[in-house]
Write a protein that binds this ligand. Structure first.
Ligand SMILES: Nc1ncnc2c1ncn2[C@@H]1O[C@H](COP(=O)(O)OP(=O)(O)OP(=O)(O)O)[C@@H](O)[C@H]1O
Ligand SMILES: [Mg+2]
Length: 648
């Protein structure tokens, strides 16, 4: 560490004259990437935690990647003033001294994309953790250089185009079956279009040429499977569409009450321990996204350990394959350098875009965006920028928006019209659960689904602790048609009835708290009963129970429908004069409570149950029972009287 004074005293070499430096080396950037200058001759003049300042950086560009010191620590230029560059370093900076070298690579922070990426576990700057473990053991050695994707492995490339075919950026020229689940589609790189001059099937490494494309000017470009893409820049697409299909998560409270669309954006804010991580894990495990990118951003290491231990053993119910085969994990735990949190978010979303461009529905989860915001705050403080609210930089909201904006259902580049989507789900950890803090507010302005977790529910062990009174989904009306056509014409109507009952229940609870349950009318008592059943038998879902962890939409509909049908029939009975007490049938309620544990092939039993409700709750039957009760009471009375006279 050193301050500005130290800087002036330090034996900094005089900046070389314009002629001598900076040394510029032309380096052929991969196709589709901006070419910038490679500069060396930079010298550290200040080290402040993850931020270093280097001078003599003449020709560099903002966001170029640099190698710092002989250790070649990876950093990124985040501020430029004349020839001084402020650099955020993605690795531990302790021990760096004034005067050490800084070399710009002339390239922006990029991620390598090619077959072999699937199922990988990467750190914030996309280095594979298993390879790092092999090379440097449990602790990540500083400056370690590992190539993210295996360059020696040969993949079976199957061409989808032939010589003479016209292709444009984004067209799929061939495929590689990366594993049993994912077909990796090889696309024409950005900036390339023309006629295919040569294309070969067979086994290739990711850096070998698989095709040659000649453009209009007669220039031939060699195409490899490996692509590089700068992470801070969204990959282009033709147009964004309005989402129209739900991302099915198997979580009843989400799918039924607050659905998210494929291509939608959602936030899960919640105080400490309210279940943000478990909800994110549930979506990663069970959602019907074809590709999942999970970013552990600044969270505890043991949460990532849970993922690593659990995910490889979990099978995808759609294809019976381990879910890791469709998952990419980016692990940037809280003990890793803070600057890399930002890189992890961008790396994750770039990988998601790459698969979206292949035509997949991708889901990306970030746990938690608050830790990224904290990293931004730390860097901004060290850059001595004017702080915004609560010390966060003034550009916090725009950074959050930039990230979530990269989600969406899009028409992807290419000759044919194809669709792909990214659904982004970010956890937010507001200190003390106070949603008025800047990260929550910034996020709420952008996202369309808000799954607000409540500490009161978590305390009662009602999980997922998604509070139905504060949560919302702006997609539910758009998805109404899909649900009604695919599941049942009553789906949307049931959702509205359930929400209304839950809202009425919350005001009734207030009354009960003040004046007691006896003050309620029979109708109100029934509302409270039904709401209790909705909460306990439907919304509550145990992530750790094999049958309960995932509910198909059909099962979700049937359970809720049974509960609401009970309510409807009981209401009719009440109106015909049946006493409330006769409509409280614990044996029926307990049957409803067991529905969520029914295996999928037995959910027909729920329909059978619902159809019996009509007779069970019919006014006649209830009246009969009413009469039986009266009879019973009369007999009791006469017995009592007899007793009384006997004693006399
Ligand atoms: N759906 C669920 N089913 C059963 N238990 C759950 C569920 N969700 C959360 N829990 C319980 O709550 C605990 C805390 O959840 P989790 O770790 O997800 O909270 P968090 O909000 O991520 O906390 P932090 O703010 O510390 O990151 C879990 O260990 C688990 O015991
Ligand atoms: Mg957590």
């Amino acid at each position: 560490m050193s301050d500005k004074k130290a800087t002036t005293k330090a034996p900094v070499k005089k900046a070389p004259t314009k002629k001598a430096a900076p040394k510029t080396v032309a380096k052929k950037a991969p196709v589709g990437e901006k070419k910038t200058a490679k500069v060396d001759g930079g010298k550290i003049i200040k080290v402040s935690g993850p931020l270093i300042v280097a001078e003599n950086m003449g020709d560099v560009n903002m966001y170029d990647v640099v190698n710092v010191s002989k250790m070649r620590l990876v950093g990124e230029i985040i501020e430029l003033r004349e020839d001084r560059a402020s650099i955020q370093v993605y690795e531990e900076t302790s021990g760096l001294t004034i005067g050490e070298e800084v070399i710009s690579t002339g390239m922006p922070l990029s991620v390598e994309l090619a077959p072999g990426i699937m199922g990988g576990i990467y750190d914030g700057i996309a280095r594979p953790l298993d390879k790092i473990l092999e090379q440097s053991g449990d602790r990540i050695a500083r400056g370690i250089q590992v190539s993210p994707i295996d360059r020696k492995k040969k993949w079976d490339f199957v061409p989808k185009k032939k010589v003479g075919d016209k292709v444009v950026t984004g067209d799929i020229i061939g495929t590689v079956q990366e594993n049993e689940v994912v077909e990796h589609r090889i696309m024409v790189p950005h900036g390339v279009s023309g006629k295919i001059k040569k294309i070969t099937s067979g086994k290739f490494t990711i850096t070998e040429t698989i095709a040659e494309i000649t453009n209009d000017k007669g220039k031939t470009v060699e195409v490899q499977m490996l692509q590089k893409w700068p992470v801070r820049k969204g990959r282009p697409y033709k147009s964004k569409l309005s989402p129209s299909q739900p991302l099915i998560t198997g979580q009843r409270v989400m799918d039924t009450l607050f659905p998210i669309a494929k291509g939608g954006v959602a936030a899960i804010p919640g105080p400490f321990g309210s279940g943000k991580t478990v909800v994110q894990h549930q979506i990663a495990k069970w959602s019907d996204a074809e590709i999942v990118v999970y970013i552990g951003c600044g969270e505890r290491g043991n949460e990532m350990t849970d993922v690593l231990n659990e995910f490889p053993h979990l099978m995808d119910m759609r294809n019976g394959q381990p879910i890791m085969k469709r998952t990419i994990l980016i692990a940037n735990t809280s003990d890793m350098p803070v600057a890399a949190r930002e890189a992890s978010m961008y790396t994750g979303i770039t990988i998601a875009e790459y698969f979206r461009d292949q035509g997949y529905n991708v889901a990306i989860m970030a746990d938690s965006t608050s830790r990224w915001a904290e990293a931004l705050r730390e860097m901004s403080g060290r850059l001595e920028e004017l702080p915004g609210e609560e010390g966060y930089p003034a550009y916090l909201s725009s950074r959050l928006a930039e990230f979530y904006e990269r989600a969406g259902m899009v028409k992807i580049l290419g000759t044919e019209d194809r669709l792909g989507s990214i659904t982004a789900i970010g956890a937010v950890s507001p200190p003390g659960g106070d949603l008025s803090e800047p990260v929550s507010q910034g996020t709420l302005r952008i996202v369309k689904v808000f799954w607000g977790l409540s500490s009161a529910l978590a305390y009662k062990r009602h999980f997922p602790a998604i509070d139905w009174l504060i949560s919302y989904s702006l997609y539910s009306n758009k998805l109404e048609k899909w649900y009604d056509e695919e599941i049942s014409p009553a789906f949307h109507a049931n959702r509205i009835i359930a929400m209304k009952l839950l809202q009425e229940d919350s005001s009734l609870e207030e009354i009960v708290r003040l004046v007691g349950v006896d003050s309620l009318s029979d109708r109100d008592k029934l509302i409270m009963d039904t709401s209790k059943s909705i909460k306990e038998d439907f919304l509550h879902q145990n992530a750790f129970n094999d049958q309960d962890a995932y509910s198909t939409l059909k099962k979700q509909f049937k359970i809720l429908n049974a509960i609401l049908e009970y309510h409807r029939l009981a209401n009719i009975a009440l109106e015909s004069g049946v006493e409330y007490g006769c409509l409280v049938k614990p044996e029926l309620r307990s049957k409803i409570s067991r529905f969520r544990y029914l295996p999928e092939d037995e959910i027909g039993k729920i329909d059978e149950f619902t159809s019996t409700l009509k007779s069970e709750l019919s006014p006649e039957k209830s009246m009969d029972e009413d009469m039986d009760d009266v009879q019973l009471n009369l007999t009791d009375m006469s017995n009592l009287k007899a007793d009384h006279w006997d004693k006399k």
